[in-house]
Write a protein that binds this ligand. Sequence first.
Ligand SMILES: Cc1cc2nc3c(=O)[nH]c(=O)nc-3n(C[C@H](O)[C@H](O)[C@H](O)COP(=O)(O)OP(=O)(O)OC[C@H]3O[C@@H](n4cnc5c(N)ncnc54)[C@H](O)[C@@H]3O)c2cc1C
Ligand code: SF4
Length: 455
Amino acid sequence: MMETCDVLIVGAGPAGLAAAKGAVENGAERVIVVERDKTSGGILNQCIHDGFGLIRYGKQLTGPEYAAKALQEVQGVEFSLGNQVVDISAGRIVTMVGKSGMRKIKAGAIVLATGCRERTRGAISIPGSRPAGVFTAGVAQNLVNVRNVMLGKEVVILGSGDIGLIMARRLTLEGAHVKAVVEILPEPAGLARNISQCLYDFGIPIYVSHTVSNIYGAKRLTGIEVSEVDADMKVIPGTGKFMECDTLILSVGLIPENEVAQTAGVKLDKRSNGVVTDEFLQTSVPGVFSCGNSRRVMDLADFASEQGEMAGNNAAAYLCGGAMKAWDNSRGNSMKKGFPEKDSVTCTLCPNGCQVRWIEESSTFEGNRCPRGAEFAEQERVAPKRTLTTTMRIAGDGKSLVPVRSEEMVEKSRLLEISKEIREAAADSPVEIGQTVLELAGGVKIVAAGCVETG
Ligand SMILES: Cc1cc2nc3c(=O)[nH]c(=O)nc-3n(C[C@H](O)[C@H](O)[C@H](O)COP(=O)(O)OP(=O)(O)OC[C@H]3O[C@@H](n4cnc5c(N)ncnc54)[C@H](O)[C@@H]3O)c2cc1C
Ligand code: SF4
């Protein structure tokens, strides 16, 4: 007899976790979440910066804090961690493989929440040699934030999407010299908030309408050539300049990950590789739903969760009867992207990145969507402050890390000094979220933003 379940969810990132919640709340009885990693949380586990959760939880959270909250909301669900779904065949029969072998489950309805992956050097065809030292931004983020591996000392970042910008700050806080961010478009692709807090705060230059036109080095990267591009994004001959570096980070876009969806025969968008769905998030195969980054790459985890919850709700409705909810495709945040405006302060307190300006005539601030923006702009004039997010070593094995944050905002001018002090310290395990792991001069408290269980 084949095992059966009501709703099976592929992927335990924010979209998959919320889908499980939605399915249970709408009456599905046996709900199974299959995740190939050993833990739930998806990409959030390596996103140790804050900026998550303001819409869903009304709080600025780091990625691991958001993942922990999302997991707490899921009750009455079976997790099958460390198992990869490899096939979905007719009749919604799901095949997965893991350490304990192969398992087949016949599902009443399926939710695909498999996330996305990064475009690589091959996808953008940079000429040159193939030395070590070239990483995609997500791989770099995983190595630095999770595996405690430092990548290099002299870094250039190609691509100004948010992951590239966040890695520019992250590597700077870890003691690297980020020489430049190079962007082929005439405007940065990421949020104004990240241009401001990840580049401007640390004096990292950004070259727009430029690209990396050559890579040099035999075993290890020794440098790159950076050239100007024309309006068609073609390299302008004769504009190339050599830039010495030992590390190149590629942040050149994300592609929905849909190999499993293809085995189920669902229709994909040829241009984006995202899953095509109707307004109820149902794919071209009845009973198979899609949400989160595997449907369409989303800027905010909050929206991935919201959409996941709806997909789970609708999967249960498909199975048990009842009305499905329609997703509003225009749902999105009006976050300021590109260069910050001149003569304005970019409020970095949330991803909106409001451009706040002092109006002399009326003695008021303008451009802030909430009162916190005015307070931030005023603070910025007197003594700029930021929340510091980084990692701290766990004493003992010398390898494990715990994500940490400053309990309160700290002076911007002290960010590098405080990061160095945290780098030189170590926390004793076990560590719980919110636990104080270090106290520094001036009453600066560093608290855990993730947990470490083993001693
Ligand atoms: C570097 C970076 C910075 C970001 N910064 C922010 C930010 O500041 N604020 C914010 O709100 N959002 C941010 N985001 C966006 C947000 O993290 C994503 O939109 C969100 O995590 C997408 O959720 P998801 O569940 O669709 O995908 P994911 O989180 O990628 O989860 C997909 C899961 O599916 C699993 N999976 C895939 N295939 C299989 C399979 N065949 N079998 C089993 N499991 C499978 C994967 O292992 C993974 O766990 C950032 C994203 C990145 C990459
Ligand atoms: S002013 Fe704008 S960016 Fe600042 S907290 Fe309010 S909404 Fe967010």
